[in-house]
Design a protein around this ligand. Structure first.
Ligand code: FE2
Ligand code: FE2
Length: 149
């Protein structure tokens, strides 16, 4: 029931050490939290706010990857694109009156984020930080992009 909807709280274990990315990730958590808590009458607005955030958030990271020759860019960019595609589908479903699918999306985003941040964004954050400090070798913690399917 909507009454017992849990929110999504920021946790410092999400910090990756790249200030701009960390700020964006705090905003991600806030927008998903708002989506989880929004009453039905405000869902469309909360979903639009999340969609705007996601376009900017993923666009920023995609731009960093493309602009810096990041070696694992394809998997990461692809994962962003899949999330955005789902958001667009859910916006269409909501326009047709389906509010439950929005709740499902919010829950899925809350489940998705820690793993994405941990495996994909953390590698990018490390890459960006190393680049700006003179380029030490990178250690990737995940070799495949299939494990979140
Ligand atoms: Fe991110
Ligand atoms: Fe990302």
């Amino acid at each position: 029931m909507a009454e017992e909807t849990a929110g999504f709280d920021w946790n410092d274990r999400y910090l990756l050490g790249h200030a701009a990315m960390d700020d964006t990730h705090r905003e991600f958590v806030e927008r998903v939290d708002a989506l989880l808590r929004a009453p039905d009458a405000e869902l469309e607005q909360a979903l639009a706010a999340f969609a705007d955030h996601a376009v900017a958030h993923f666009g920023e990271e995609d731009g960093w990857m493309k602009g810096s020759g990041f070696p694992a860019a394809d998997c990461h960019i692809d994962e962003h694109a899949k999330v955005l595609e789902s958001v667009r589908e859910v916006q269409q479903a909501l326009a047709g009156g389906n509010t439950e699918v929005v709740r499902g999306l919010a829950q899925a985003l809350m489940d998705w984020f820690p793993g994405h941040a941990d495996y994909m964004d953390s590698a990018l954050a490390l890459w960006m930080v190393k680049r700006s400090h003179g380029g030490a070798p990178l250690v990737f913690r995940r070799n495949s992009c299939k494990s979140d399917a």
